[in-house]
Write a protein that binds this ligand. Structure first.
Ligand code: ADP
Ligand code: ZN
Ligand code: ZN
Length: 742
């Protein structure tokens, strides 16, 4: 049997992770040792016994085998925060495919030598009478500045130094003269930087509705009885989910536990945060992409030290090292931003459940349009499902008109606005009410359809749209099927078969032609490039500075606009044609959210859905705001085609500079996997959706199977094969249950 060696880290601060030490694995431990294991090792010249963590194991010895030391054993059982973070990293490595170091870097904050903010205070030493007599003296001598300061000191026992020099306008010399006579002293206190300074308000509490109360009671009853579960709250926007989260968090704090609240970055608006600050004051903190690494590190230190109870942030907030975590909330759990786009490509939902397991915490997921994954698990009894069915802020659901664009064309309307939409827009403009025009451009990457009959070119094997590529070829991104671009529609013979091109700019121009003098705002990737521009456009619209807001999917989230009484969806089915299996789900989500933007205030709303596929269930169900029916149709498709969540899918991506090498390696790897596990369904390899970035070629193949662990075995098999082959200048990435086409 070959001797095994383990690479071990002894300091798990972010910066020292790459510094590993090699140790021999004793015979008795070789079967149980895995990356992430905590071991005791002799360290340094004195062979002091210390704790280390295994990051990798192999049979290559990098040093003189004679001199290499041996692992002593396992430490006494420990359950510190640090051990939990290591265990979590090991889980991420195993389930998403990356090195232990990459996993550790994901879960540990980068350490920064943070300059602690110094707060200086001027603290009164004399009693009030003494200060007042000094004050009288100064007034007689006309020492105005000094008098001002003494007056302030007579009223308060301590004054922040910035206030003394700032608001009171007192010079340092004057402060010194007061300090000299013993009237006050300067005291400095250090504190971590805190992005939030707020007092909790009593008024921030609402009495829960009975639906809300039921959820809170059930979750807490489970918790107090020692049952840890995952709960899914399905409730439209405004149905009171956030209120439930806050109530639960408050109860956790009473029990000495902490909470992590995940909110997609785009929804982390000032209004949302304010509600949490008003409820929990400075016991809550925020983690977002605008914080410096130093501030992020501080947040973690504050969490460890027990200075905060609640952290709010996007997916990375999940790794906040609370000593006694009790609850993880994940709002808008269906959002794609919960999946990491770089290795390790972890999903915050599944990772949250692992974190909860390590800490003995509960997980609450919330959504207006739950992901198929979450609803599927709820259906199988893995999550407990709750519904919130009433909008608490008032406002009826809007009336929805679905317009068939094929019919518009037939009846001679070539405008991008249907006659119904034109009529309603004119009405709103004349009444001074607001309209939102939503251009659904998602998945617009190159699908081809017929303008006359709506037929979309699809892969005969995968039931997803083909994408138009250079040279008039249509390609399937899953299996590599290819065909030439047809000249005539295969269904109706029309020659109007082409890709779709229209931008928000074009819509704005057309709108101004139609309604001279109409005031418009535009929101898309171009107009929101600079920081804050997103918020600026939204608040300008909220202030009534425009009649019509035109935008891409960005506008369906965030602010409420009480004056919006019309929503027009210009190309509702565009996203149905994205070349991946989630196209229907995304379309339904986007349309439901878009439709729901109308009629949030007192005035009733209407929505117009313009589409080539008026009978598609994603469209009809969104028009009816009917999640359940959509789910039932969609899950049927996933089950029939073996797509997640009915089965699991692993994308293996191979990168390199030489296309031929990349292609060959991808093929050889796929072959190895096939021969080792002949029961698997393998798709590809094919060039990736974006087949070349920065001169790096990308190929991808997919493995599908009902069991996630089988795909983990595929990953292990690929890794092991690569270890043997040692291919040069090629790299690999794994993506489990990908949310985007690779
Ligand atoms: P969601 O998170 O589902 O969008 P919110 O919790 O934000 O819903 O609630 C929507 C609005 O209703 C908020 O303005 C909130 O303050 C208010 N609200 C929520 N619950 C209650 C309640 N029990 N009583 C009164 N107002 C409530
Ligand atoms: Zn046609
Ligand atoms: Zn295909």
């Amino acid at each position: 049997m070959r001797t095994l060696y383990a690479d071990i880290i002894v300091d798990i601060s972010h910066e020292k992770l790459d510094k590993t030490f090699q140790y021999r694995v004793p015979e008795r431990m070789r079967d149980r040792l895995e990356p992430g294991a905590c071991v005791m090792i002799p360290f340094g010249n004195g062979n002091r016994l210390i704790k280390g963590y295994v990051v990798s194991i192999g049979d290559q010895c990098q040093f003189d085998p004679e001199k290499i030391k041996e692992i002593v054993g396992l430490p006494e059982k420990e359950t510190g925060v640090e051990d939990k973070m290591i265990a979590l990293a090991a889980w991420i490595r195993r389930n998403y495919g990356c090195t232990m170091i990459q996993a550790l870097k994901t879960v540990l904050p980068a350490k920064q030598t943070v300059k602690k903010l110094e707060h200086r205070q001027l603290v009164r030493l004399m009693n009030r009478e003494e200060i007042l007599s000094l004050l009288g003296e100064c007034e007689r001598k006309k020492q105005v500045a000094k008098a001002r300061l003494l007056k302030a000191l007579s009223e308060q026992e301590s004054i922040p130094y910035e206030w003394v020099t700032g608001k009171l306008g007192v010079s340092a010399a004057t402060v010194n003269s007061i300090v000299k006579v013993g009237a006050a002293k300067l005291v400095s206190t250090e504190s971590y930087r805190n992005p939030v300074k707020m007092q909790a308000l009593e008024a921030a509490h609402n009495t829960l509705s009975s639906q809300q109360q039921t959820i809170v009671t059930e979750v807490l009853t489970d918790f107090d009885a020692g049952r840890r579960q995952t709960y899914l709250i399905h409730g439209i926007t405004g149905s009171g989910k956030t209120e439930v989260y806050m109530q639960l968090i408050g109860e956790m704090i009473k029990r000495g536990r902490q909470a992590i609240v995940l909110i997609p970055e785009i929804a982390l608006t000032y209004q949302t945060l304010l509600r949490f600050y008003q409820r929990f004051g400075d016991r809550v903190s925020v983690m977002n992409s605008t914080l410096s690494p130093g501030e992020k590190y501080d947040q973690c230190e504050r969490a460890k030290a027990g200075e905060i109870d609640v952290i709010i942030g996007p997916r990375s907030a999940l790794f906040t090292p609370f000593p006694n975590l009790g609850l993880i909330v994940m709002d808008e759990e269906q959002e794609n931003s919960y999946k990491s786009e770089s290795t390790p490509k972890y999903h915050a939902r599944e990772t949250a459940m692992e974190v909860a397991k390590l800490y003995g915490a509960s997980v609450v997921l919330g959504s207006a349009t739950p992901s198929l994954e979450a609803y599927y698990r709820a259906g199988k009894g893995e999550y407990r499902l709750f519904h919130l069915t009433k909008r608490l802020t008032g406002g009826e659901l809007p009336t929805v008109h679905t317009v068939d664009l094929r019919q518009e064309l037939q009846e001679g309307n070539r405008s991008i606005f249907s006659r119904k939409l034109q009529e309603l827009m004119a009405d709103r403009i004349s009444k001074g009410q607001q309209t939102i025009l939503f251009l659904n451009r998602r998945g617009y990457a190159g699908f081809v359809s017929c303008r006359a009959c709506g037929e979309v070119m699809k892969c005969p094997h995968c039931d997803v749209s083909l994408s138009e590529h250079k040279g008039g070829r249509l390609i399937c991104h899953y299996c590599g099927y290819m065909q030439p671009m047809p000249k005539l529609c295969p269904k109706c013979g029309s020659k109007y078969i082409l890709g779709f091109k229209a931008g928000t700019q074009q819509i704005e121009d057309k709108l101004k032609e139609l309604y001279p003098g109409v005031r418009t705002l535009r929101m898309d990737a171009d107009t929101t490039r600079t920081k804050d521009s997103y918020e600026k456009i939204l608040s300008a619209f909220a202030n009534g500075e425009a009649d019509v807001l035109i935008g891409t999917q960005m506008i369906v989230k965030g602010h409420d606009f009480p004056k919006v009484t019309l929503v027009g969806i210009l190309a509702a089915d565009l996203s149905l044609n994205a070349s991946d299996y989630r196209a229907g789900e995304r379309t339904f989500q986007l349309l439901t959210q878009a439709v729901g933007r109308a009629g949030r205030g007192v005035l009733p709303g209407e929505a117009v859905i313009q589409t080539y596929q008026p009978d598609h269930y994603a469209i009809t169900c969104a028009a009816a705001q009917d999640y359940k029916s959509f789910y039932e149709e969609e899950i049927l498709y996933r089950e029939l085609s073996g797509y997640p969540p009915a089965a699991h899918m692993l994308a293996v991506q191979i990168y390199g500079k030489e296309e031929e090498n990349v292609k060959q390696l991808a093929q050889r790897l796929a072959d190895v996997v096939k021969s080792n596990m002949d029961f698997l369904q393998i798709l590809g390899p094919t060039p990736a959706n974006i087949s070349k970035i920065n001169d790096i070629y990308r190929y991808v193949f997919y493995a599908k199977h009902a069991e996630y662990d089988t795909l983990v075995a595929v990953k292990d098999c690929v890794e092991e094969t690569l270890r043997q082959w040692q291919p040069r200048q090629l790299s690999i990435q794994f993506d489990f249950d990908p949310v985007n086409v690779l």
